[in-house]
Design a protein around this ligand. Structure first.
Ligand code: DON
Length: 613
């Protein structure tokens, strides 16, 4: 069946494109490797969220060989720390073949951990109570990277051990130079074993994706390498991973990779995905011919060179709006709405998105600095932000401090999604009194907080506690005094306690409510059945207007936020009024229509949000 997914289709196409490439020769210097079939060809791509695309012989087993080197180097870094490892192994590319017998003249250090000398030195730094324990740790580590239990290929291991005279010579040179400090044989044995672990192309892709996502296996979600060691491992792969082809590899392909003599290539697209390719015939430099061709094509076709300039900084600022257009769900009196329309430009809302690094934080800081000096409040919304690196967090924290020292209120939305940044803000606030901000969970609460500051010049929630006399309710403003008296006779006053449900979504709409004290939340069930606040009503407002139409159902639930008082006009009495006092009924409907229209106008204006150019 033809592949529907475009990525799958593309990989199938790549496989077909290079299947006919039959140049190269299978490595035979380890006799057991000569048993491989030149036709084996697998391509896999594992995404940062753990989806694996597999094409061709993706489950064919082969020994990992030199592809093990960066991973054991990572283990040495974890076991001994960077300084101790650097003391014994350099990080300079050699431009030599993988098995070149070369050590730095003055220090005796192998030049890097990707050539055999450096890899044997790295193996020697793997900790353990015993030799068996050290091997268990290495095998277990590869199991973590691949997300499954792995096995040693005994035949290849024996073959390497018996014929590995050159590696034995290298290990004795390391002993002579003092890089290995005891009998070299156990460290050499560990090296032979790590090279002889059986893997598949799929495994290579998942191992690569684990490095791409900062050390966590994206399929199992288990950590294989500490975040802070990933950069070092990827660096040596970038500069030395392809031996004497490393320079041309980076020039042509442009991302970190590692090859092995059995025909595997593992490549990492940091932050995006991992690639595994397997095809045993090798070129003159010992790299898989089809593997190199596939990676080069991927790089060209998908524009993956890691030095290609990103446009992340510009897109980090998703929208910029002011309170002229963006309003909270709190329904305001006409006077407050007018005031917000006048002063709305003094509050600005930045919605950020994606991964924030230096460039993104710099852009936000610069844009905000260029805003009017009359700005009273700033809302930074991190809801759509996926990652904030340490530098960006520090810059945003300093920027917030600058804004608050200049007397501007700053509301941060969704800081709880970024615990590291939140910790930085909290720690800085503890030592720097100049840093003031409020943290709220959703944009609506942040906007409401700004409205509060613009309307009442205070951060404290403001509400009118005393009860509005019935005859001063704004809905009745257009009615004659005698009509108001008449209406009061037909309505009843009702008090509600905090959290009391006043009306429930789906029930018959049997009364119109005029609020004369307190605040109420209007809630609608979302698709999962959870109540979601769509607005807040306060004294002077009304709800339940469909009751005047008869036979309608409540479209939302209304719940008292604090002690509330409402006047209720039942739908039965409203219907009777139409017959007994049509003039009054008409005047009331006229008022209700006007107030509903004001809400429609507000909702229309809120849909206009200026986007960042
Ligand atoms: O050291 C060796 O000979 C092998 N066990 C590993 C060599 C290897 O994969 C070289 N890489 N291309």
């Amino acid at each position: 069946m033809p592949a529907i997914n475009p990525i799958e289709r593309y990989l199938v196409h790549l496989h077909a494109r290079f299947q006919g490439e039959t140049s190269g020769a299978i490595a035979t210097y380890i006799p057991e490797l000569a048993n491989a079939s030149p036709g084996w060809f697998g391509i896999c791509l594992a995404t940062a969220d753990g989806h694996v695309y597999e094409v061709g012989d993706s489950r064919q087993r082969f020994t990992v060989q030199s592809i093990s080197k960066p991973f054991v180097y990572g283990l040495a870094l974890e076991d001994r720390g960077k300084a101790a490892v650097l003391e014994r192994i350099g990080v300079e590319p050699t431009g030599d073949a993988f098995n070149q017998i070369s050590l730095e003249p003055h220090t005796g250090r192998p030049r890097n951990p990707m050539i055999n000398a450096g890899a044997i030195a790295a193996a020697s730094m793997v900790a353990g109570h015993s030799q068996a324990d050290r091997w268990d740790r290495v095998l277990g580590l590869f199991g973590l990277y691949c997300g499954r239990a792995l096995e040693l290929n005994e035949a290849v291991y024996e073959s390497e051990r018996i014929t590995g005279h050159r590696n034995r010579a290298i290990s004795h040179m390391l002993r002579n130079a003092g890089i290995l400090t005891a009998d070299p044989e156990p460290d050499l044995d560990l090296y032979f074993r790590q090279c002889s672990i059986d893997v598949t192309t799929r495994d290579l892709a998942v191992m690569a994706a684990t490095l791409a996502t900062g050390g966590i296996n994206p399929v199992t979600r288990e950590r294989a390498l500490a975040r802070h060691n990933v950069d070092e491992v990827l660096s040596v792969m970038t500069t030395c991973g392809m031996y004497d082809y490393a320079g041309e590899w980076f020039y042509r392909v442009g991302f970190p990779a590692k090859s092995g003599v059995s025909g595997g290539i593992l490549a990492v697209l940091p932050g995006q995905f991992g690639i595994g390719v397997f095809s045993p015939p090798l070129d003159a430099r010992g790299n898989s011919v089809r593997g190199v061709a596939v990676c080069a094509a991927l790089s060209d076709d998908l524009e993956l060179h890691s030095l290609r300039a990103p446009r992340a900084a510009l897109s980090a600022l998703r929208t910029r709006s002011t309170l002229v257009h963006t309003r909270s769900k709190r329904v305001r009196t006409e006077a407050d709405q007018l005031r917000l329309a006048e002063r709305g430009s003094e509050a600005v809302v930045y919605q950020l998105q994606g991964d924030l690094g230096f460039a993104a934080a710099e852009l936000v800081a610069r844009r905000l600095n260029a805003e009017r000096t009359a700005l009273k409040c700033v809302v930074l919304d991190f809801t759509r932000v996926t990652e904030v690196d340490t530098t960006a967090a520090r810059l945003l924290c300093e920027m917030t401090q600058g804004q608050s020292e200049a007397g501007k209120g700053v509301a941060l939305i969704g800081l709880h999604r970024h615990p590291r940044m939140r910790r930085l803000f909290d720690e800085t606030r503890a030592t720097e009194p100049g840093l003031r901000f409020t943290h709220v969970t959703d944009l609506d609460a942040g906007v409401e907080w700004c409205e509060q500051r613009l309307l009442h010049e205070t951060d404290q929630p403001h509400f009118d506690a005393d009860e509005l006399p019935f005859d001063q309710h704004p809905l009745l403003a257009g009615l004659a005094a005698c009509d108001i008296v008449e209406l009061e006779r037909h309505m009843r006053r009702h008090e509600y306690q905090p959290n009391q449900t006043v009306v429930r979504q789906g029930e018959p709409a049997d009364a119109l409510f005029l609020i004369v004290r307190g605040e109420l939340s209007v809630l609608v069930d979302d698709l999962a059945g959870a109540p979601k606040r769509i607005s807040t009503l306060s004294r002077g407002m009304s709800f339940g207007e469909p009751a005047l139409l008869g036979h309608a159902l409540r479209s939302a639930t209304v719940r008292a936020d604090r002690i509330c008082v409402c006047w209720l006009l039942s739908s039965d009495i409203a219907a009777a009024l139409r017959v007994d006092n049509p003039r009054l009924a008409f005047a009331l409907l006229d008022s209700v229509l006007r107030s509903s229209w004001t809400i429609v106008e507000r909702l229309s204006s809120e849909t206009v949000v200026s986007t960042v150019g």
